[in-house]
Design a protein around this ligand. Sequence first.
Ligand SMILES: Nc1nc2c(ncn2[C@@H]2O[C@H](COP(=O)(O)OP(=O)(O)OP(=O)(O)O)[C@@H](O)[C@H]2O)c(=O)[nH]1
Ligand SMILES: [Mg+2]
Length: 460
Amino acid sequence: MANSSGPHDPAEGQGGAVPGTRDDFWRIKESLRALLDDPHVPPGIRENLRADYDTLRAMLDKLEQEQVHIAVFGRVSVGKSSLLNALIGAPRFTVSALHGETARPAMQSWETVASQGVYFIDTPGINEVDGKAREQMAVEVAGRSDLVLFVVDGDMTASELDALERIWMQSRPMLLVLNKADQYTREEQQQLLERLGERARGRVAPEDIVATSAHPGERIYLVADEAGQEIEQRRRPPPDVAALKARLIRILETEGKMLAAVNAGLFAGELSDQVARRVTQAKQEVAARVIRNYCIGKGVAVAVNPVPVTDLAAAAALDITLVVHLGRVYGLPVTRGEAGRLIAQISAQLALLMGAVWGMNLLSSALKTVSVGASVAITAVGQGAAGYYATYVVGQCAEHYFLQGKSWGAKGPKTAVRDILSGIDRRSILQQAREDIRARLRTQPGRSSWFSRRSRSEDK
Ligand SMILES: Nc1nc2c(ncn2[C@@H]2O[C@H](COP(=O)(O)OP(=O)(O)OP(=O)(O)O)[C@@H](O)[C@H]2O)c(=O)[nH]1
Ligand SMILES: [Mg+2]
């Protein structure tokens, strides 16, 4: 049907008809309800996406009532309100020769097909001076409707083409209506319809491009008076929206409520993706704080602990605790044994990639013996920073592993670790490390004993 080549159109390759049985309709309704009531969505995220949740609720209500919403969309004064009045057969929406007559969306039911719960939504015109907010409103309404009547009154302008593209990108089924057809000769109308077909190729199917005269201008007719004399009479011809009406009724008969269900399903899909992204984002923020804390713990301990061998054992224990902690953040708990094996896997990849440099990082604490002297704390900050950096890299790799649901992904650990490593700005992490360690040493000089105790107890 309309817009059969839309970007996410489920009708693709189905000969144009939106597939749908009662089961599909029920399934989509249930998925909306499940998303609305999902207890796993944190209240903060729900609050942040409140407008979207409200829309979702409205869509579910609409599906329960089996309503279909059809919105007009187009430039100011192309005759959007007139078109809906002509379809309804009564002046329900206000019409005026003045631009910008319709200021906000309004809804009326289409009684000729009332059994289907069909509603028309009038929208403000686009492309109006200072009308950006209205335009936005129109785009939103079109985005939430089940079918869009894109109304033009001649060949399309650049901004109309742009708007058509935007609606198509929203996967909205669309009819393209050439209104004010009475202003053109039959031949001109034909040419214009062909031109519109070219402009909207791949966006609107040819059978969904129709001409209408919603409120034709007055005409001069030659009529015979009582004496049989021919006289001129000015009259407004009746509206002609027959082609559009027939097409709409055909679409509603074949696709009906499934239009609403498919669109609600698309919206729910987008919302659930957005929710998932935000949940992940929140976890990543927590993970970043966790990793930083462990980096500081490691950096400070390496910088101040005078016994290199203890440093190494304790450092490994700390990394293990970090990985266990990250697993909890991502809701994928791991044992200390699993964490140790994961670190061994990461370290093996790092050793392959960085060779001696990585070895130096791991052994950085051993090097510190050369700097034992007058001011261990200060001279060892460099080694501490290397320890910090090593934990940072392990943390990033482990986080990636958890983000992929405890997996390295299709490309395996080698590529994953290499990509992570190349994405890290080593210089700025080391700089941050020095600052963090110095700050901590200034405020908590006795940190090393805490670290050794904690590491030993976590080893058990
Ligand atoms: N000749 C002709 N004039 C029409 C036709 N349809 C509407 N008009 C005229 O176009 C003008 C604007 O009509 P509206 O229906 O208010 O247009 P609109 O698109 O809703 O306008 P806004 O709400 O301002 O965006 C009015 O003067 C109508 O009489 C038509 O088919 N033929
Ligand atoms: Mg209007």
